[in-house]
Design a protein around this ligand. Structure first.
Ligand code: ARG
Length: 566
């Protein structure tokens, strides 16, 4: 794959013998303006090593650089050496690469033979799938696809919150205030209601809490009645979760949730004891982390039951044994950072040298910018409601703009859901996000529909052309500044994917797609594509098809569909 920085670094290396080409590579920049060239070397950093002024260095170097067919000209300007690419060669190379690689454009084999476990989504049974879980699901799903595209074997795990004291509470609540029919009809909302009722009542009557604890202890001891109820709550919840996953088009390789580790915890607790890590504290068993400026990690409560951390420690060991992962990523809200730091430390103290392969991928809080939805549905905003609302709104827009569109419902799902997911992945994950319907569904703004719409525009151009795009197109015909700018952006696609992987940041792709779509639309508005002249038409169509591959691949990597028509 073409790497223009690499190409320039190897030319420069011969002229700057004191530096190796990697150092030079890292110094190279993409200048912000066209008149500054396509790649530039700032000579400020060289100044100290070569004991000359940057201006002097740049001027001397420029004269030494041998001519090269891939470079049009080299100039020195205020301490920078600016390289101007041979545009025709560059365009030919970039566009043909995309045309050749098609839906693999941008893919690599960086992760070949390596497993990466991604723990994401992980909603809690009997609690609604709310908008916070969307972030985990969207970020995790995107990382899954990015790693896979770059050659890793991704393993997606939905670590369902299906075990813990809350089920004891739910059983007590069900026995007092629930009924089979009401739960079967009301689903998670009904389970939520009785759960809330439990908390209200328990404030007046604390003995309810004891009762709940006893039920969870029963669950951990394998009590038949307790486990049957738990199983039933789980089925009801999963039915609702699966509807959401269906809408989002998200799948997992494993659904091993917290309960899966129930019988795997005792040996781990034993191991902690043997390694002298457990201490007793007020009847509970903890790992003291004072030395590391953290509160203790609770392993067993004073009633003998286990905790969230106990299951995470057990799950990590199990996953290491099962998948021999290169990295295991945990995508959850930033509020859980302490929890992860604590038990990552416990894994380290247990002597596992792979503790540094465990990575918490935190994200900020989501709010729904002043939308009525929140109040209408009560305290929580159900993700399913938001998604259906977005789909409905999109369908209305389609009815207005393109009523004869085939497969309207499915396209509305792809765009409506895409709008929400795209918006969610638009800013750095650690930032808090606020949804605004107007922004999300705007077909012109920096949104998912805008990118999807641009992709559909490339499709319909290619369809209307009714001819095959030939890889032998004449690149010299793509001579305008819009075309060159578009190819420059297209060229960056593979690099952006690697950056998104390194930084665990899908927003790098999201923002890139907006840039690419904008550059494409600028080109489209300035230059007619289906022109009479066959060679010019072929050259422009080649560029359109190359951009279509990048848009489609990029959308797929952030978990969106790329509809052919909208
Ligand atoms: N169920 C948890 C929650 O909703 C998230 C679980 C994340 N994964 C993990 N291995 N702890 O907050």
């Amino acid at each position: 794959m073409l790497d223009i920085k690499q190409m320039i670094a190897s030319i420069l290396e011969k002229e700057i013998p004191t530096l190796d080409d990697e150092t030079i590579y890292n110094m190279l920049e993409y200048p912000p303006e066209d008149n500054m060239g396509d790649v530039a070397l700032p000579c400020f950093k060289l100044s100290r090593i070569l004991r000359k002024s940057p201006v002097q260095i740049a001027e001397e170097l420029v004269n030494k650089i041998p001519s090269d067919p891939r470079i049009e000209k080299v100039e020195s300007l205020s301490g920078y050496i600016n390289f101007f690419l041979n545009r025709q060669e560059f365009i030919k190379e970039v566009v043909s690469t995309a045309l050749r690689d098609k839906n693999k454009y941008g893919s690599r084999d960086i992760g070949k033979g390596k497993n990466i476990v991604i723990d994401y989504s992980a909603p809690n049974i009997a609690k609604p799938f709310h908008i916070g879980h969307l972030r985990s699901t969207a970020i995790g799903n995107s990382l899954y696809k990015i790693f896979e595209f770059l050659g890793y074997n991704s393993i997606g795990v939905n670590h369902l919150g299906d075990w813990g004291t809350q089920f004891g509470k739910l059983i007590v609540a069900y026995k007092r205030w629930g009924s089979k029919e009401s739960i079967e009809n009301g689903g998670i909302k009904e389970l939520m209601d009785i759960y809330v009722e439990f908390h209200d009542e328990a404030e007046k009557d604390p003995s309810l809490e004891d009762e709940a604890r006893q039920w969870f202890v029963k669950m951990e001891k394998g009590d038949k009645e307790a486990l049957e109820l738990w199983q039933w709550f789980k089925e009801i919840s999963l039915k609702e979760f699966n509807r959401v996953y269906e809408l989002l088009d998200v799948r997992f390789d494993s659904h091993a949730g917290e309960s899966f580790y129930e019988d795997k915890m005792p040996p781990v607790i034993e191991e902690l004891k043997e390694k002298n890590l457990l201490t007793e504290s007020q009847g509970a068993m903890i790992v003291d982390l004072e030395e590391y400026q953290m509160p203790p990690c609770l392993i067993i409560k004073n009633d003998g039951s286990t905790l969230y951390a106990t299951r995470d420690i057990t799950a990590a060991i199990y996953r290491k044994d099962t998948y021999d992962f290169e990295k295991c990523l945990y995508v959850t809200g930033a509020a859980q950072s302490l929890h992860f730091n604590q038990w990552f430390k416990v894994i380290e103290l247990m002597g596992y040298d792979w503790h540094d392969k465990l990575v918490h991928v935190p994200f900020g809080i989501v709010s729904l910018g002043g939308e009525k939805l929140a109040t209408r549905k009560g305290k929580v905003v159900l993700l399913e409601d938001i998604l259906s609302e977005a789909i409905k709104k999109t369908l209305r827009i389609i009815e207005e703009k393109n009523p004869n569109l085939e497969n309207k419902e499915e396209v509305a799902r792809q765009i409506g859901v895409g709008a929400i997911v795209f918006s969610d992945l638009s800013s750095n994950r650690i930032k808090d996000v606020s949804f605004s319907w107007d922004e999300i569904l705007n077909f012109d703004g920096e949104t998912g529909p805008y990118v999807q719409y641009t992709h559909a525009r490339t499709s319909s151009l290619l369809k209307r052309a009714e001819e095959n795009v030939d890889i032998g197109f004449d690149a010299s015909l793509l001579s305008s500044k819009e075309e060159f700018q578009l190819v420059k952006t297209l060229y960056l696609f593979p690099d952006k994917l690697v950056a998104a992987m390194d930084e665990l940041e899908p927003s790098i792709i999201t923002r890139y797609l907006v840039d690419l779509a904008q550059d494409f639309n600028r080109f489209y508005h300035e230059h007619p594509i289906l022109v009479e002249d066959k060679d010019l038409r072929q050259a422009r169509l080649a560029l359109v098809l190359a951009v279509k591959y990048a848009l489609a691949n990029g959308l797929k990597l952030i978990g969106l569909n790329a509809p052919e028509r909208v």
